[in-house]
Design a protein around this ligand. Structure first.
Ligand code: FES
Length: 153
């Protein structure tokens, strides 16, 4: 049986938003304590409207990490910062039609790197967001999948 569904395979083999934005408004880099893989997300933001106009990712990660980042960057482009912060890891996995339980931590990598990039943008521009309350870009506690995620296959 294949590990990934067709949608995940498509986003893995034909990823969207790969690369790095020059002079980004926010950059997030995160390494997974679970597998040691790395992710970088860069974002451009329309500062007046607080809308994410572009997002790109680079990763040393597996197919699940690539598909998740591809989907996650698609989901945040065009969204306000608040809307982007509202997107949960579970929503990213659901949009992909599910991931094997042992691969959920790879999608958390994308989610955390995006929040880190938004955190960087907020720090540089003196902004605060409800969705970033208590967020620490260096905190890796949220790498452990919760019970809901474990059953999300
Ligand atoms: S195994 Fe490391 S990101 Fe998937």
């Amino acid at each position: 049986m294949a590990m990934y569904n067709d949608k995940v395979m498509d986003y893995f083999l034909h990823p969207h938003n790969v690369g790095e934005i020059e002079n980004p408004d926010g950059i997030g880099v995160y390494g997974s304590p679970v597998c040691g893989d790395m992710m970088q997300i860069t974002i451009s933001v329309d500062k007046e409207k607080d809308v994410i106009t572009d997002a790109k990712f680079k990763t040393f990660g597996c197919g699940s990490a690539i598909a998740s980042s591809s989907m996650a960057t698609d989901m945040i482009i065009g969204k306000t910062i608040d809307e982007a912060l509202d997107i949960s890891n579970k929503q990213i996995v659901d949009e992909l039609g599910g991931l094997p339980a042992i691969k959920i931590h790879c999608s958390v990598l994308a989610d955390h790197a995006i929040k880190s990039a938004i955190y960087d943008y907020a720090q540089k521009n003196g902004k605060t967001y409800k969705g970033l309350e208590g967020f620490d870009p260096d905190d890796d506690k949220d790498e452990a999948p919760d019970e809901d995620e474990k059953t999300q296959i």
